[in-house]
Ligand binder design. Structure first.
Ligand code: AGP
Length: 638
């Protein structure tokens, strides 16, 4: 059944994939190559592109005429490259892995690829095998011993044991093994005795296969593939792929052939390069005037007073009749959801609940048939969000996805949706995807309010025009970032920060705190400004920087007194204020100005200085702002 997941440049309709099972837990980067080139350069370059998915260890396996070579190292891909110096590196087949550790601490022996007991098979894995301990016990009884603590090595030896025991081809052994395991996986498997084939399988963890002339590329997402080909196949759950340099066969676990669905990627190489910026995060912050424009273009028509969004139009009846809207997301996407609550309740008068996906999925929430769930996710692969949606879908809820990654699992399991068109977001800290999400949520709100007649024509037209002006206003903020750099330099050694806001600016304060935590490792909390009196104000003294998101809105007078409360306790006050404001600047220690905008659109502007503040503090502290410690871009872990 075709699915209306509209981006104005949507190039395809994706077949619905319904998995409805427990979801994966790990977020490594998987890369594979088979073809006429030397595999190693392709694999290493691909691992570097995927390193934002996990950087605890890295490894490669190369295969040439029955000669299997495996090299792996704890740490980033750069440490692996050092390890490879002087080694024999030929091979037209190569698989590579960059790890985010769950089972087994980051170390050389727990790094992937793992090699089977016979030494003939090598495998990499993104996912988690939940019943690996029982399988390990079975194999141990049969005399197997293990070099690592990983579930992956257990699965590999289990496959080999079946192959030997049943005296069957490796593909058959793989199929049998996959029917026995519980959990999630994306695996690439090569056999020293078959230097013409890569076997791959997926359930829960993403896998994309790029189709070249006499070669195939395999990866966790499309970013390592686009420089070689734009033709890709998104592998679905419970599919096994048998890949040769000139052939790609897809089968289900019933050994039935399935037709590969070829998609043409709509992404340029430049989108995944740093483009002269020192970090992806800075590049992505400065891309926002363009990415927000890309998100609006073809959708808003201020002259005609129109918003065209196919996904909303396809389900406008369900949205209008919704008794409530439940927004499900994690992290930064959850903050976008909180802003959508203010928007939808104010303009559409529909009750909204904003749920942390990780709590929502286990809380056994009350879901009625016809309930509308808006799922917000940059990667479209966040495990908690994906499972929460499947549970809700089973209970008859309509799933509307707001997603950035085209072809991702959430976009494929949603009934409808809208892409944010922010382009690949490589920096682990989400920036341009957040403002893209806000732009989409504002368009959905205005379109629905218009359909429900809960907004006046003049307000609707004015907000539509103001929305069209937002990219230019963001560009104005980015024209001069020196004031933000100066504030960052002044407070870079602080040990704690507070971020405060009211109304639409409260979630922006939460987002500012999250960005600073992620990028600078400084403890930071966001609060509704009025909540301070109920406890957190006890934290305030001359050492605590307090950031107010205090742009002109219906709460302005209130926030002025909140600023005075903090100043009265010697707190260091930094305020994001509207250009032309001359009241708060007279009170605050530091002010950062943003252009004026209606309060409902204000968060897209006021978050920009907060993104840059965390970036400049992170770089001033000498940290790797693109790959912060302990984090990964796409959290496919529970
Ligand atoms: C934000 O900077 C973080 N990378 C993280 O909180 C992220 O927003 C969260 O993991 C949700 O990811 P998603 O939007 O891809 O689902």
């Amino acid at each position: 059944m075709a699915l209306p997941f509209y981006g104005k440049k949507s190039i395809l309709k994706l077949c619905e994939v319904y998995c409805g099972q427990k979801l994966p837990n790990i977020m490594c980067g998987i890369i594979g190559y088979i073809g006429h080139r030397q595999a190693l350069p392709v694999v290493i370059k691909g691992l570097k592109r995927l390193e934002y998915r996990g950087y605890d260890s890295a490894g490669v396996a190369l295969l040439e005429t029955n000669n299997l070579k495996v090299y792996k190292k704890k740490g980033k891909v750069a440490s692996l490259e050092e390890e490879l110096i002087g080694k024999s590196l030929e091979g037209h087949i190569g698989i590579g892995h960059t790890r985010w550790a769950t089972h087994g601490e980051p170390s050389d022996r727990n790094a992937h690829p793992h090699v089977s007991a016979s030494g003939q098979l090598a495998m990499i894995h993104n996912g988690i095998i939940e019943n690996y301990t029982s399988i390990k016990a079975e194999l141990t009884q049969k005399g197997y011993s293990f070099k690592s603590d990983t579930d992956t090595e257990v699965l590999l030896n289990f496959i080999e044991e079946i192959k030997i025991n049943n005296d069957c081809p490796l593909e058959e052994a793989l199929r049998i093994a996959l029917k026995r395991i519980v959990g999630a996986y994306c695996i690439l498997l090569i056999d020293q005795n078959d230097p013409e084939t890569i076997l791959a399988a997926r359930k829960g963890s993403p896998l994309v296969i790029g189709i070249g002339k006499g070669e195939h590329f395999l990866a966790s997402d499309a970013t390592p593939i686009i420089e070689y080909t734009k033709e890709v196949v998104y592998v679905n759950d419970y599919q096994i792929a048998i890949i040769k340099k000139d052939e790609l066969v897809l089968k289900n676990l019933g050994n039935e052939r399935q037709t590969p669905f070829i998609t043409k990627l709509d992404m340029e190489l430049a989108a995944i390069e740093k483009g002269g910026y020192e970090h992806f995060m800075l590049k992505e912050i400065f891309e926002q005037p363009t990415t927000i424009n890309d998100c609006l273009r073809g959708r808003i028509h201020p002259q005609e007073g129109l918003i065209t969004m196919g996904g909303v139009e396809a389900y406008i009846k369900n949205l209008k009749e919704a008794k409530r809207i439940i927004i499900v997301a994690c992290g930064t996407s959850w903050h976008a959801g909180l802003i959508a609550e203010y928007l939808l309740e104010e303009y559409c008068r529909i009750p909204v609940e904003v749920e942390y996906a990780s709590e929502f999925r286990y809380r056994n929430p009350v879901i009625h048939k016809g309930d509308v769930i808006i799922a917000i996710s940059q990667s479209g692969e966040t495990a908690d969000t994906l499972v929460a949606l499947e549970n809700a879908k089973e209970k008859g809820a309509l799933i509307f996805g707001v997603v950035n990654a085209v072809g991702s699992s959430i976009s494929r399991m949603s009934h409808a949706g809208a892409y944010t068109h922010s382009g690949p977001e490589i920096g682990v800290a989400s920036t341009k995807a957040f403002t893209g999400q806000l732009a989409i949520l504002i368009m959905i709100t205005l379109k629905l309010a218009r359909a429900l007649n809960t907004i006046s024509t003049s307000d609707y037209k004015q907000l539509l025009q103001e929305l069209a002006d937002i990219p230019e206003k963001v560009a104005r903020i980015l024209e001069n970032t020196d004031p933000i750099k100066a504030v960052a330099e002044k407070y870079k050694d602080a040990s704690d920060f507070l971020f405060l806001g009211r109304g639409y600016n409260f979630p922006v304060a939460l987002e500012g705190a999250l960005k600073l935590k992620e990028i600078s490792y400084i403890h930071a909390e966001g609060y509704p400004a009025a909540e301070m009196k109920h406890g957190p104000i006890a934290l305030v003294d001359e050492n605590l920087p307090v950031v107010f998101v205090a742009t002109k809105d219906r709460y302005y007078e209130k926030i002025v007194s909140n600023v005075q409360e903090i100043k009265a306790r010697k707190g260091k006050v930094i305020c994001i204020v509207t250009e032309g404001d001359n009241i708060i600047p007279s009170m605050a220690d530091d002010v950062l100005f943003v252009p004026d905008a209606p309060e409902a659109l204000g968060p897209i502007l006021s978050v920009i200085p907060l993104q840059l503040l965390s970036y400049y503090i992170g770089t001033a502290r000498g940290l790797d702002v693109d790959k912060p410690r302990n984090l990964a871009k796409s959290v496919t872990v529970e």
